[in-house]
Design a protein around this ligand. Structure first.
Ligand SMILES: [Fe+2]
Length: 497
C-alpha cells in the first residue's frame, strides 16, 4: 500500500473517511477556463504522455438554492486536460444543451430529472410532464472529428474537441432518428477485424425491448461512418447501461428489474426511481453476434445469468466454445428514495460492488460464476489494446475498507492470473473518480506499462487534484492542483495526440 499524500497528522486513523469530506465535493463548477495552467504540487509530468484526457460528469447540482435530487441529474460539464511535452493545461465547458440554456436564463430547474429532481410547484406541477432532459453528462468519447457527450436515453451532443464548444445534437450522419437512444458506454475494438472500431448500442424498452447494435469506423477518412447495424428484440423490460465485446459477440446482461411508470406519470418520482428489483426474477445474458465476426447474421442467444444487478463490465473474451465476462455485481439495484438526501446517504446500508467472472457456455445455456475480488469497486478497465481478449491486469476504483460499501478512495491494480494486488489510496481525505489506464507501448507484452490518471477530490483544500500514477506499481508520478473544483464525476477517455 502506498502512503497517501492526503494523510494528515490530524487524520483519525480508525476512520476511512468523514462523510462531510466526501459530500463537500458536491458543488457547482463556477468557471469555464481556456488552456489554464495546473499547479504542480509533486513530481513531474511524464514527457511521453501526449494527448488529451477528456472527462464528463455533473457540473451543476444546485440552482436558485434548490439541489438536484441525485447527482446523476446534474448537467454535463466536460473537462479536457491536454498533455504535451511534460506540461498539462485545462479547458472546461458545460454542454450547451437546450435545457441547460433555458435553466441558465431562468436560474431555476424547469425540467424533471430522470433520477428524481422535480420542478418547482410540487406533484401537480410535475404530473404528466414526461419530457426527458438530455443532460449529456455520462461519458465523452472522440468519434471522427468530433467529441460526443453521451447520455444513454437520448442522442449524443457533438462537441468541438479543442474548444469544447457545443455543436449541437448529432444524428451521426443520419444514423440516428430524432432523439434516438444512444448508449453512454461505447466500446472500442482495438482491431480484431483489421481496422479499429467503436461498437455501441441503443435500447428501446417496454414489455419487449429492442437493442440496436452499431459499429463505427474510428480511423482514416471513414472515421465516424457506420460499418454495421443490426436490431434484435427480447422479451421483457431491459435496463442496459453497459455491455462488453469480444471479436465475435456483443454481450449484454439483462438485470431482473421491473418498471412501474405510474409514480413518474403522477409526478411523485423520477423515471429511474420507478425501477425495482424483481426479487425472484432471473437475470439473463443476451449474446448478439457481431456483424464483423464469424457468427454474423445468426440469431442472438439467451443464457441464464447470476442474481444481482450490474451497471458495468470489466472485459470479456472467448475461450474455445465459452465466453468469459467480468462484471461488477450488486446484491440489489441501488437507488435514492424520494425522501432521501444524496449527501446524507449511509454507505453501510448500500450494497457493495463485487467483481465476478462468469464463464458462459452459450451452447449449453450454462454459466459458472467465480468471485475475483470482494472489495467494493467500480470503474474497472483493462489495457484498451486487450479489450475483447484475455487480459492479465486490470485497474479499478475501490473503497478503502476491504468489506462492505464505502466511497471510492483507492485504486487497485489486480493481477487476474494470480490475484496479486497493488493499491494506491487517497484515504482518508481523498475521494477518487474513474481511473484511466494509458498504455505507453503498443506491444501486448508490456501490458501494464503506462500511466494511470485520475481526478481526486482533495477535501483538505476543497478542490480537485489530477493524479498521475505509474501503472505498473502505482507509484505517484505527479500531483497537480486543478484550478476549478469538480464534483464526483462519471466517465472519461484518453485521446492520443
Ligand atoms: Fe457507466
Amino acid at each position: 500500500m502506498q502512503t497517501s499524500y492526503l494523510t494528515t497528522s490530524s487524520s483519525n486513523k480508525h476512520k476511512t473517511f468523514d462523510k462531510e469530506d466526501w459530500s463537500s465535493a458536491y458543488c457547482n463548477v463556477e468557471k469555464e477556463l481556456n488552456n489554464a495552467e495546473l499547479n504542480l504540487s509533486k513530481g513531474s509530468i511524464p514527457k511521453d504522455l501526449s494527448g488529451t484526457f477528456y472527462r464528463n460528469g455533473p457540473g451543476r447540482l444546485e440552482r436558485g438554492g434548490r439541489w438536484v435530487h441525485h447527482p446523476f441529474d446534474g448537467d454535463g460539464m466536460i473537462a479536457a486536460f491536454k498533455f504535451r511535452n511534460g506540461n498539462v493545461s485545462l479547458t472546461n465547458r458545460f454542454v450547451r444543451t437546450k435545457e441547460w440554456e433555458e435553466e441558465e436564463k431562468a436560474q431555476k430547474f424547469l425540467y424533471r430529472g430522470v433520477f428524481g429532481t422535480q420542478k418547482e410547484g410540487g406533484v401537480l406541477a410535475n404530473a404528466l410532464d414526461v419530457r426527458l432532459k438530455n443532460i449529456a453528462n455520462t461519458h465523452v468519447v472522440k468519434l471522427g472529428k468530433e467529441l460526443l457527450a453521451l447520455w444513454e436515453a437520448s442522442s449524443p451532443y457533438a462537441i468541438n474537441p479543442v474548444t469544447l464548444e457545443t455543436i449541437g445534437i448529432s444524428n451521426l450522419k443520419g444514423v440516428l432518428k430524432k432523439n434516438e437512444a444512444f448508449s453512454a458506454h461505447p466500446h472500442f475494438d482495438p482491431g480484431h477485424h483489421e481496422e479499429p472500431r467503436m461498437v455501441t448500442f441503443g435500447v428501446t424498452t417496454g414489455p419487449k425491448s429492442t437493442i440496436r447494435l452499431m459499429e463505427f469506423s474510428t480511423e482514416g477518412k471513414k472515421a465516424g461512418s457506420l460499418l454495421s447495424d443490426r436490431k434484435d428484440s427480447f422479451n421483457g423490460f431491459a435496463f442496459l447501461h453497459d455491455f462488453a465485446i469480444t471479436p465475435n459477440w456483443a454481450i449484454f446482461l439483462q438485470n431482473a428489474l421491473s418498471f412501474n411508470p405510474l409514480p413518474f406519470l403522477l409526478g411523485q418520482k423520477g423515471a429511474a426511481q420507478c425501477l425495482a428489483s424483481q426479487k425472484d426474477g432471473a437475470s439473463k445474458f443476451l449474446l448478439i453476434p457481431r456483424d464483423s465476426g464469424k457468427f454474423a447474421g445468426e440469431s442472438p442467444k439467451t443464457v441464464e445469468a447470476p442474481k444481482g444487478f450490474v451497471f458495468h463490465h470489466l472485459n470479456a473474451w472467448e475461450e474455445k466454445e465459452n465466453i468469459n465476462i467480468d462484471s461488477i455485481y450488486y446484491d440489489d439495484f441501488p437507488s435514492i428514495g424520494p425522501d432521501d438526501d444524496f449527501r446524507e446517504i449511509d454507505f453501510d446500508l448500500l450494497p457493495e460492488g463485487i467483481l465476478k467472472r462468469c464463464q458462459i457456455n452459450p451452447n449449453k445455456n450454462k454459466f459458472i460464476a467465480t468471485t475475483l475480488s470482494n472489495q467494493c469497486c467500480e470503474f474497472a478497465m483493462v489495457n484498451p489494446l486487450l479489450e475483447g481478449k484475455k487480459a492479465r491486469f486490470c485497474w479499478m476504483a475501490t473503497a478503502e475498507k476491504k468489506e462492505g460499501n464505502g466511497p471510492l478512495q483507492a485504486i487497485k491494480k489486480l493481477d487476474l492470473f494470480n490475484n496479486e494486488e497493488i493499491i494506491w489510496s487517497g484515504a482518508p481525505r481523498g475521494f477518487i473518480g474513474e481511473p484511466i489506464f494509458i498504455p505507453l507501448n503498443s506491444s501486448k507484452d508490456s501490458e501494464d506499462q503506462g500511466w494511470v490518471i485520475v481526478l481526486v477530490w482533495n477535501s483538505i483544500r476543497s478542490g480537485t487534484d489530477l493524479v498521475i500514477l505509474n501503472a505498473k506499481d502505482l507509484s505517484e508520478q505527479a500531483i497537480l492542483e486543478v484550478p476549478i473544483s469538480i464534483p464526483h464525476g462519471l466517465h472519461g477517455s484518453w485521446v492520443e495526440e
